[in-house]
Design a protein around this ligand. Sequence first.
Ligand code: EPU
Length: 335
Amino acid sequence: MLHYQENVSLLPYNSFGIDVRTRQFVEVQNLADLKTVLAAHRHHAFRVLGGGSNMLLTKDYEGLTVQLNLKGIEVIQETEQEVWVEAQAGENWHFFVLWCLEQNYGGVENLALIPGSVGAAPIQNIGAYGVELEAVVQQCNTLEVATLEAVTFQRDKCAFGYRESIFKNQEKGTFIITSVVFKLQKAPHQTHKEYGALKTLFGDKNPSIQEVAQAVINIRQSKLPDPKYIGNSGSFFKNPIIAEDQFKRLQKNFPQLPFYPNATGYYKIPAAWLIDTLGFKGYREGDAGVHENQALVLVNHGKASGSEILTLSKKIQNAVQEKFEISLETEVNIL
Ligand code: EPU
């Protein structure tokens, strides 16, 4: 049964803990209901909420907010070494990771504890500790909003990039991801431990996927604020990627500048370092602040509004632009 509600606060549905309202709200538990809702609303303003963990809500919404609650995790194919698992869009991402760890299916252990839902994960190609989602996605199953037809995107059609995908760019709003098929390793014996903190911890050891996941959980808990206690959306900005000549100029002025070169002669710079160097770590304007352990994470200390957080983010962007001549892009969706 579809239950439409009027004038609903979105406070419980976004990890930043912003109290804005939506004119209408409906929770959807299955594909048939999603089609019914879209058929009735596709010519009106509507938007779909997943885990609400990668967005900053800055104002009330005059349309319909659809909370996608499709649930289920299922093995759909397997060989001796590999397994294909389909997870519905509304499953909690970390719950899915824990499920994989229980079955001893390898591939997502480095992505433990990332907030959000399975359906939102491919949209920004979530990544952490040396692994990006695209490495394990086989296909995304979607519903095309205009036709209500099911459309499948194989991995190579998803245009995955650093925190990017076709669903965030070219085809934004055209398709709703309803489930994701992952290709995982059974009895995995190879883990990803190249990322700084994991390398330091494991060295030459060959940890199990459960040990890698536990290490990631420990690191995240020590650095990143838990949205249950302090509102946030993880990294607020993307790490900027700059060309070699600009990098060389910057390095001259800032010899400690950390960097990750990539194959094409560009350099990824940790935005956290830029923000930290400007002295913003722990900075606060009212209830809008910069986290004290990770300068890339903006936080809501209590009752900050979305626009107060946005104002702080612009202040940071301006300061970074002025000092480093780098324009920081937001990673979080501003709505
Ligand atoms: N650093 C600082 N000050 C800080 C924090 C970090 O100077 O306050 C510097 C350090 O030099 C550190 C470097 O920044 O070596 C990188 O920091 P960290 O390893 O914490 O990673 P990040 O680049 O800030 C990215 C992702 C995170 C992901 C981590 C770990 C982006 C935008 N963010 O952060 O993803 O968890 O790597 O892989 O790529 C997210 O996307 O929401 C997210 C949390």
